[in-house]
Design a protein around this ligand. Sequence first.
Ligand SMILES: *Cc1c(COP(=O)(O)O)cnc(C)c1O
Length: 387
Amino acid sequence: MTKGAKKPETRLVTAGRKPEENHGIINPPVYHASTILHPTMKVLKEASQPYTYGRRLTPTIAALQDAVCDLEGGFGTVITPSGLSAVTTALLAHLKTGDHVLVTDSVYGPSRSFCEQMLTKLGIEVEFYDPLIGGGISELMKDNTRVVFTESPGSQTFEVQDIPAIAEAAHERGAIVMLDNTWATPLFFDAFEHGADISIQAATKYIVGHSDVMMGTITCNERTWKTTLRHHGLLGVTTGPDDMYLALRGLRTMGVRLKQHMETGINLARWFAARPEVKYILHPALDTDEGHPIWKRDFKGASGLFGVVLHPVSDKALAAMLDGLELFGMGFSWGGYESLIVPAEPHRTATTWREEGKLLRVHAGLENMDDLIADLEAGFDRLNKET
Ligand SMILES: *Cc1c(COP(=O)(O)O)cnc(C)c1O
């Protein structure tokens, strides 16, 4: 499937829907299925009907796959039960014993753990690289490098990667480029236009958008599609239909939600930047950010997740601030309608995280901006009383 002529906001509304096949009903039905009956032995043997077994494909799965694929402008999409399983399925599909994989040092923590603990166990050589390496990655490419894994901006530290330069270097040596595109979504970063061969999303975040479902998507170009689809099938990866329905429902409003997350996120980041307790902000949309030039060149927007580096402060003072917040919850994941704040501790091996000061990861939810600021102001008051 290729990107249609319609704009992304329109495709969010129309993609994956076939009301004419369903009594005119707007939304696709939720098909609960394991067994799917075949009318004759011939059809069964030849698997010549579109749906053969619930794990493989149902109209509910097809609707979500088509919608995500259309939005991404990819060739094919598969759905997985979590964002992490999208990362692991894609890596397992394209790597084998004896291969070498380059992984950005700013990668999402559990993706790092999978590479370090599972891929190495399978005899795959894992090498982490500086997220800001750009075209310099060509120096790390070996004859057996099959995959370059990217994530932009990086988890927790928000480095913007030069994906076109990395892709050019990788493709020159025959490797494929995977991108964890969860932060920007295809609305704000076009993975394929910038050279990625596989675009991964933790749909748990912005597609689902309501903090109630775990899901991942793997969207491929033509080159990577067959191998990905085959291994997704081999691994038996499948997702429940009610969750898929919720993801499809979330997708329809992702455009308007993201715009608001972006606006509140940028406003909050600017507000934090002006606070005396704050050393600096990690948010690619701010022109003070070192990733801003590449973000401006390649991205169409920013989501609601960013980092705040504080001047050194005690654990006790920080706890006084965070424990008492009313609107900002402390918890993992993000991309839902509610604001979140968590202390972050980047783990690095190829580079060193430069900061001694505490790092906070903030997710701007859909609450009113003034209420959010009042909550944070009271939080900083508590922090300052403890210091
Ligand atoms: C959350 C997240 C994942 C994993 O998604 P889950 O659905 O929690 O498994 C992967 N990559 C990034 C960048 C994430 O933020």
